[in-house]
Design a protein around this ligand. Sequence first.
Ligand SMILES: Nc1ncnc2c1ncn2[C@@H]1O[C@H](COP(=O)(O)OP(=O)(O)O)[C@@H](O)[C@H]1O
Ligand SMILES: [Mg+2]
Length: 262
Amino acid sequence: MTAAVAALQATGLCKRFGALQVTQGVDLSLCAGTRTALIGPNGAGKTTLVNLLTGVLRPDAGSLRLFGEEVTAAPAAVRTRKGLVRTFQISSLFAQLTVFENVFIAVAQAAGRGFSLWRVAGRQRDLLERTEALLERMKLKTDMHRKVSEIAYGRQRLVEIAIALALRPRVLLLDEPAAGIPSTELDLLHGAIDTLPPEIAVLMIEHDMEIVRRFASEVAVLVNGAVLMSGKPREVMAHPQVQAVYLGTAGQRRFEGALAYA
Ligand SMILES: Nc1ncnc2c1ncn2[C@@H]1O[C@H](COP(=O)(O)OP(=O)(O)O)[C@@H](O)[C@H]1O
Ligand SMILES: [Mg+2]
């Protein structure tokens, strides 16, 4: 029996900044339909790893495959076209445009027409419908004609996810999507993440163990730029070495909460 080809397969990724070895031989495999949480202390190299996966940074060593295809040297835009899409920790929206316009631009870009909107006139109907469907999925229709700068921060994050989905991801990377969202708005984010298309492989960097517990089918723990452990959430979180990493920090309490698996 041959194993299914991984959606994303990183092998031995290394990255150094000057004297600082930030990524030290990371192996990571994401399969279609899995929900992987990448956890680890601040400075562990989580964002650097996402930058290596997306092509923002070049690794010093190691390789990356997308659906079996070698993309280690491929530019970021090529990886995006092959289905590797990220959302950003820092808001990357057009604040003065409406929610609808922001998502429509992404839909038009994904359709290969970029900003030359005059060229898509004939296909505008499809693009409008696809934009509406994404807004519906993210429960953003009530806000669609408001400027992004005027809607709540938690809802701005939903626009970012809608834009990522517009690019038709097969592997989606979410770098701390809950960062900065007030707790009163977190349910919206949970709901949006729950409705991501099931066949996508999703990797989420997240500190909040309650969110990890809800989300993850797999957990990978990054410490000092290397994967300390990966596997099923219950096993990974119960492991003494993983607990030790979080001992004596605020994270410990969240961790213990997360250990209360049924
Ligand atoms: N462009 C860079 N130049 C130099 N050092 C960097 C750069 N990016 C990140 N680092 C360092 O790499 C380490 C890991 O950072 P990062 O990947 O942001 O960690 P995390 O996302 O896990 O908090 C940190 O010590 C950070 O200061
Ligand atoms: Mg980070």
